[in-house]
Write a protein that binds this ligand. Structure first.
Ligand SMILES: Cc1cc2nc3c(=O)[nH]c(=O)nc-3n(C[C@H](O)[C@H](O)[C@H](O)COP(=O)(O)OP(=O)(O)OC[C@H]3O[C@@H](n4cnc5c(N)ncnc54)[C@H](O)[C@@H]3O)c2cc1C
Length: 602
């Protein structure tokens, strides 16, 4: 671990809202090490050869192909990047695991889901919560792809309310084993896995318990037929039935009643990895759409030269640029925090668990933002392809269908939105993020007279950075007032939580894009970052609109009379540009660069 990591203050999860981040302190994709770039290139080569080249077979529900390519990924070591060397993995850092996940996921959503389910929720519960004996027995098999894993949490009656499952685990009279009975559904990889992580309830426990269950049909395990799905067609998704399935007591994961915690922590990692998985898909969609637009002529003009198409391409690239910035910023925070805990004497398990849990807010933000961006991007991709976009012959149609699932699994986007605010409030209560002080300061500022000084925005992106600081004030004003008004009853006000979350998401993404650009402009020169500057400004411009819309909705719903007027005035003040960016010019700048490079090139 570098000294830099030990001595530098690492922001805690959620603190980005109340503490200023220097651009030098964030990690960006331009910071990838030589080793990380080599890993990326070898994954890209694998993806092109094994997945992209076989797209038709994935779309034709060739489940065997998914398993075959997973086995090959295991042979290449890609399934074990996050697994410590002691258990047969490569033991790479968190950023490297994000890179592998990102670049292996874009060829087909089917493979991406199989990979994510196996390496994330299928393997991590054991590496993070398993006993030494459990880890020695199972993890090397999972890390190499000798066995595949699946994760059985969801049931017909227990989806978002995951702790309400009816599957039971009953201790045998001799105390040596549990019998598991129940029905799980939507289980990815069920058709070819050798191991299930199963969550079941013991007696009338408040919380479920996790178990490692080997897939043995002679032990009361049966599978439903493959589900026929809108997208990710070659990802195996089945129901799994447990009928008096005997599991030795030593296969319990962690302690009795700890299953919900395991399930949620596995999902934290799953969420940021899902964001990574969506990024390269968005990159491929953008490049494919761009290339089609360059070739396709209408009215004797390549459609890429029409403003309507340029605008779409510029927006597609911009949301991707911000998504990349935010994902790797959070990934580095997680990696640093894990390193800090290891240095403080934590075990690998504890360090990784706590390291990721610390940034659960950011993981939820990223899951929501990037899954929606890739969906919008594929939708615009279809539009750029016109009628051809609607045809199975072009890659857009499958990309659009595959992208849809990302908003549903790993916790729906509604649940993740509400979770991001709930976690933030909890952190404030625990004193981990001081929201009260800054929120009070914003309240005082609102009562005071605004400054009429002419600000100096001569420094690159200074107005944009100040705008982000003001957007944070909007969040503090809205969330502070909501907490004060509703206290513990805030949970009941879901529309308000969603509005607050939309503001939070835009702040994190906009700030990440701006800091990435600022850092790169300082080291590579402003001229080299012309289009990145344009993307940062364009992202922020859109973010400000989202904040205005959601801020207004929140204020009107919870405040009346003078209070409402004052808050609306604050909203206006905190979202006001001194110099409005010319978004048409920004979009043209971005689109012209894309056209010149003939690919997403940032
Ligand atoms: C292809 C696929 C693969 C999957 N793979 C796995 C897997 O490997 N393992 C596994 O365990 N599960 C898996 N799942 C299940 C997935 O995690 C769930 O579908 C998801 O958590 C949502 O649960 P649900 O489908 O029951 O929807 P519900 O929980 O019924 O939700 C329906 C709607 O209601 C909303 N909603 C629910 N509760 C609330 C609330 N409290 N407040 C506001 N809105 C709410 C949701 O956001 C959603 O819009 C998979 C699902 C699919 C489709």
């Amino acid at each position: 671990m570098s000294t830099e990591t030990t001595t530098k203050e690492i922001l805690r999860g959620g603190q980005f809202l109340v503490k200023e981040t220097n651009c030098e302190d964030i990690f960006t994709p331009e910071d990838f090490s030589e080793e990380q770039k080599m890993m990326r290139d070898s994954v890209i080569e694998f993806n092109d050869r094994e997945i992209v080249a076989n797209r038709d077979r994935f779309e034709a529900k060739d489940y065997a192909l998914t398993q075959e390519v997973m086995t090959k990924a295991g042979e290449m070591g890609f399934l074990g990047v996050a697994v410590p060397e002691a258990y047969g993995g490569l033991g790479m850092g968190f950023i490297s695991t994000m890179i592998v996940c990102e670049y292996i996921s874009s060829g087909s959503g089917s493979f991406s889901t199989a990979f994510g389910a196996h390496t994330g929720i299928g393997t991590m519960p054991i590496t993070l919560y398993g006993t030494e004996a459990q880890k020695q027995k199972y993890v090397p098999k999972l890390a190499t792809g000798e066995w595949f894993g699946a994760y059985c949490l969801t049931e017909p009656g227990a989806g978002s309310d995951a702790n309400s499952g009816k599957t039971t685990a009953t201790l045998s009279a001799d105390g040596k084993s549990y019998k598991i009975n129940g029905q799980k559904m939507w289980i990815s990889n069920a058709g070819f896995c050798k191991l299930f992580i199963v969550f079941a309830r013991i007696e009338n426990d408040k919380n479920i318990t996790g178990f490692i269950v080997e897939n043995d049909p002679s032990n009361g395990i049966t599978l439903g037929e493959e589900e026929h799905k809108l997208g990710i067609r070659a990802s195996s998704t089945r129901q799994v039935f447990f009928n008096d399935t005997v599991v030795p007591v030593e296969n319990m994961l962690s302690e009795r009643g700890n299953g919900f915690k395991i399930a949620m922590n596995a999902l934290n990692i799953g969420r940021i990895k899902l964001a990574a998985a969506c990024l390269d898909s968005q990159r491929r969609i953008t490049t494919n759409a761009l290339r089609y637009a360059t070739e396709r002529k209408q009215f004797k003009t390549a459609i890429v030269d029409f403003g309507a198409i340029k605008s779409k391409l510029a927006e597609m690239a911009t949301s991707l640029y911000a998504g990349e910035a935010a994902s790797y910023r959070a990934a580095k925070n997680i990696e640093d925090r894990i390193a800090m805990r290891l240095a403080a004497g934590n075990s690998h398990q504890e360090a990784e668990l706590k390291g990721v849990e610390e940034y659960a807010i950011e993981c939820s933000i990223l899951k929501v933002a990037v899954s929606e961006d890739v969906q919008n991007c594929s939708d615009e991709g279809i539009q750029i392809f016109g009628g051809m976009g609607f045809s199975e012959e072009t890659p857009m149609e499958a990309a659009w269908r595959d992208a849809r699932i990302a908003r549903i699994y790993e916790g729906t986007n509604e649940i993740n939105r509400m979770l991001s605010i709930g976690l933030l409030v909890k952190k404030a209560m625990k004193g981990h993020v001081d929201l009260l002080g800054p929120a009070t300061a914003v309240g005082n500022e609102l009562m005071g007279i605004p400054s009429f000084d002419t600000p100096d925005y001569s420094e690159l992106l200074s107005e944009e950075k100040e705008m982000v600081a003001k957007l944070k004030k909007v969040f503090l004003m809205v969330a502070g007032s909501a907490v004060q008004k509703y206290g513990p009853g805030l949970d009941e006000h879901q529309m308000l939580l969603l509005a607050a979350s939309n503001i939070l998401i835009e702040i994190y993404l906009a700030e990440s894009a701006i800091l990435r650009t600022e850092k790169n402009a300082k080291r590579f020169g402003e001229a080299a970052q012309k289009e990145q500057i344009a993307m940062s400004k364009l992202y922020l411009y859109n973010a400000v609109d989202t904040v205005i819309k959601n801020g207004k909705e929140a204020i009107i719903s919870m405040a009346e009379g003078d209070e409402q007027r004052m808050m609306l005035m604050g909203l206006k003040r905190f979202t006001k540009y001194t110099n409005q960016p010319n978004v048409v010019e920004l979009r043209n700048t971005i689109a012209d660069k894309l056209k010149a490079e003939n690919k997403y090139c940032f």
